[in-house]
Design a protein around this ligand. Sequence first.
Ligand code: BES
Ligand code: ZN
Ligand code: ZN
Length: 511
Amino acid sequence: MDIRVTVGDIAAWKDAAIVVNLFEGVTKPGGATGAVDKAMGGAISHLIAAGDLKGKFKESLVLPTFGKIPATRVLVVGLGARAGFTLDRIREASAKAVNQASKLGLASLSTIVHGAGVGGVDLAEASEVVAEGALLASYRFSRYRTKQEDEKAAAATLTIVTPERKDVRAIEKAVGVARVTSGAVFMARDMINAPSNDKTPRQLAAQCEAMAKQVGLNCTVLDEKQIQEAGMGAFWGVAKGSAQPPRFVVLEWRGGTKTQRPIAFVGKGITFDTGGISLKPQDGMLGPMWEMKYDMAGAATVFSVLRACAELKLGLNVLGIAPLTENMPGGNAQKPGDIVRTIGGKTIEVINTDAEGRLVLADGIGYALRQEPEVVIDVATLTGSAVFALGKKTFAVMGTDRKLARRVLNASAIVGERAWELPLFEEYGDQIKSDFADVKNVGGRPAGAITAAKFLETFTDGRPWVHLDIAGPVWNDKGADAPKKEYHPKGATGVPVRTLVRMLRDWKAAA
Ligand code: BES
Ligand code: ZN
Ligand code: ZN
């Protein structure tokens, strides 16, 4: 979707639809909505008086203009009550308008900056979320459709109309940032939605190399030989059960000074999780097996965050690390009871081969520590337990550094991606004590998300570290329990890309 910014009067603007808004409880709209109402002979006020329009959050109404104003239709989106108004409501309202326009088959629409006038929100912030909500809602995964008409396209153009010439530059700048963030989210969604037969570790690594070249990131890829030579025995233990060779991707953004320690991200990149010898059932408690193509969402998130760093030219040094492999029950697969040695030297007893994410992350984190990072943040669809604890609408945050956890939680609140912290009390460590190795890879059913994090903590060597278990919100099956924001399509959501990009944008200010 192309977004343009123009000076003009929305009530006199010509397009297939113009978008205005309404707060709940308002009977006489003011601002831009008021101007359109007036030009339309009070049509909007009449609808409010008749009880057909209430301004409820995500309510939307399409009004034909019958030639009273140049636009063909007026789309009114509800912003909900003034109390509890958030930036994410603007994002969702903007997404709603785009979704509505798509249902109507419109090629273009024009909008005001919701929340900036009467709503009292900062113009740049409001513009960014209006653009972001629209862009995120315009996403389609149509690569595999041979008949495009199976899915309604999004409008090709959104024009943001502002009455003030002096505001154009600020709005354009905000739109530029939204383009980068949404582009990063799209890349993650594309990778996560792709079927595992088209995203083997080699294919994903090649995609990363191409992307890195395009945006100006350093990219190093280790192959199966180099992975074993580096001593990543836990990662290799998972990888050796597959006919597809693994890859270990390291992306690097050097926007900071030479001496600045990097912020290291490590993403779980299981391009398909069958469970290995501890094979998953066809229909598990949390979904069918085919969905396990999204088990590389952590890696996709990390790639997307690095891409955004380069495109926003952030003044930081950032590392993006991802072990990529399938988890398969091949003839050479590791077996329950096997003991593997990590890059850092610690040994792991593999009780359950389906707890493979923490195995590949143990080596991913170990590799990250060699780069002497300021902090380590790992991102993974790690446990079903995180979904049982928090549902699919919220991701779990666990870590050893208060400040770092706060950075993530604050950023998540700003961008409207729900996150909540779970405790990492030392007592939970009892559950992963092994009789035969330094640690075992499962701690039983109770507190499964926490014991998984406890396991990872073993490999962090006391570095400030935080772990995001994103098993819930990465995927939207549109059920009542799904993430289900107006800007989330079916399938991959792109959570938590926006949280992490926001955290990095605020990194120095929040220091
Ligand atoms: N990829 C899964 C976690 C998962 C499950 C994500 C369902 C999203 C939905 C992970 O590798 C896994 O299988 N975890 C096991 C661990 C258990 C064997 C200790 C789990 O959570 O059941
Ligand atoms: Zn698994
Ligand atoms: Zn997994």
